[in-house]
Write a protein that binds this ligand. Structure first.
Ligand SMILES: [Zn+2]
Ligand SMILES: [Zn+2]
Length: 408
């Protein structure tokens, strides 16, 4: 039975314990904020996390996907299993925010709020360690490195954690995660079923023609004109082919390189870009059409085109059934009128990799200080109102418990 509508007695204890741990969550968040670390290098952060989990007597696995930490807390029975995830990495940004705990690590900043996510999830572990004997299942805590992407040439993030077994033994039945955002008002929880954040994939197109004198184009095959036609062709995939009533999508060519001199037609042009979408099937369709279109346009010009897709982050896809099921929990946690539908966002989030394997729900937690103009994530001025942190602790704790109770 699902008690989430009215709030179980566990729910009330969670809210009380969350309030108790709030000062420490703020303290942890400031400590992480002051000591930010880049993806795959979250050595200090993960050490702090692991130490905390061990102190609570949890089963702890470290060095998952380089610096990831997985903690397992078994309640009064082993199953069902629910997973909660926080990311730990910072960004190569020089902090300009006016806070007393500004980054001490020059050129590195928690400009996306992952310090808050890590501190919130540590708060949840603290809350649950006090309710252990009453938990109707097992909770798996996933502290993930490199959400913003691993350094060039390295693997990392959610994808690598899964590859290294983060979703095995025990396998969670569902996963929850959150992201702080100044785009939502303080304490508001925003979410939507299905595609919430976009898939983000890279691509490269190499167009090969035949170089010649710029005054005698008929003596060669011009890859610059061909590349231009391919760019325009790509734009028709969204405007003419994919069903815009189902979902929006984006194809952007971000670089075009070719040629060395005004009066020489070069032999080759290279382009790079990114695609975004909210529907796994349409994501696939866009890539297939790009390949076909580039090749046929090139062929018609007597050139060749080679398209390489670099699969990036999948769609952050909130399982519709799970979202509907957990909605009353979020309504209760946020309070009247403060659990709201989230707009789709063409940014990406690698929580999506977990959601490809098991049903998941990702939510946005509003952190904008009242009356202030929102400063977006990744800005050197990014900051959060810390009074939202306890809402995050309550949200993840209640989602986990209500989910476990619904399965018993
Ligand atoms: Zn980010
Ligand atoms: Zn982020």
């Amino acid at each position: 039975m699902n008690h989430s509508g009215g709030g179980s007695s566990l729910g009330q204890d969670i809210d009380r314990l969350a309030k108790e741990v709030e000062p420490r969550v703020i303290e942890w968040r400031r400590d992480f904020h002051q000591n930010p670390e880049l993806g795959n290098k979250e050595f200090r952060t993960s050490e702090k996390v692991a130490e905390h989990l061990r102190r609570l007597g949890m089963e702890v696995k470290t060095k998952v996907a380089h610096t990831g930490v997985v903690g397992i807390l078994r309640g009064k029975k082993d199953t069902p299993v629910v997973a909660l995830r926080a990311d730990m990495d910072a960004l190569p940004v020089t902090e300009l925010a006016d806070v007393p705990f500004a980054s001490k690590n020059k050129g590195v900043m928690h400009a996306c709020g992952h310090d808050a996510h890590t501190a919130i999830l540590m708060g949840v572990t603290e809350v649950f360690s006090k309710l252990k004997d009453r938990l109707p299942g097992t909770v798996k805590f996933i502290f993930q490195p490199a959400e913003e992407g691993p350094p060039p040439g390295e693997e990392g993030g959610a994808y690598l954690m899964i590859k290294e077994g983060a979703l095995e033994s025990p396998k969670p039945d569902a996963i929850f995660g959150l992201h702080v955002s100044p785009l939502a008002p303080l304490g508001v929880i925003a979410f939507r079923a299905e595609g919430m954040l976009a898939s983000a994939d890279g691509f490269k197109v190499v167009v090969k023609g035949k170089g010649t004198h710029g005054a005698m184009p008929w003596a060669g095959v011009d890859p610059i004109v061909t590349a231009s036609q391919i760019i325009l062709g790509f734009q028709t995939i969204i405007s003419r082919n994919t069903n815009l009533t189902v979902t929006p999508a984006v194809v952007t060519v971000g670089t075009i390189k070719g040629g060395t001199r005004a009066n020489i037609i070069p032999g080759e042009v290279e382009m790079e870009g990114t695609t975004r979408g909210f529907e796994p099937a349409i994501r696939k369709e866009i890539h297939e059409r790009m390949e076909k279109m580039a090749k046929s346009i090139a062929e018609s010009a007597g050139a060749t085109a080679e398209v390489t897709i670099f699969p990036g982050t999948p769609v952050t896809y909130n399982d519709p059934q799970l979202t509907a099921q957990m909605s009353p929990t979020l309504q209760r946690v946020a309070g009247p009128g403060k659990a709201v539908p989230a707009p789709q966002n063409t940014g990406a989030e690698d929580f999506a990799f977990f959601q490809e394997k098991i049903p998941g729900l990702f939510i946005i937690l509003g952190t904008n200080p009242p009356g202030e103009t929102p400063v977006p994530n990744h800005s050197p001025h990014f900051t959060i109102d810390e009074s939202a942190l306890v809402v995050g602790v309550r949200a993840l704790s209640n989602l986990a418990v209500d989910f476990l109770e619904s399965k018993k």
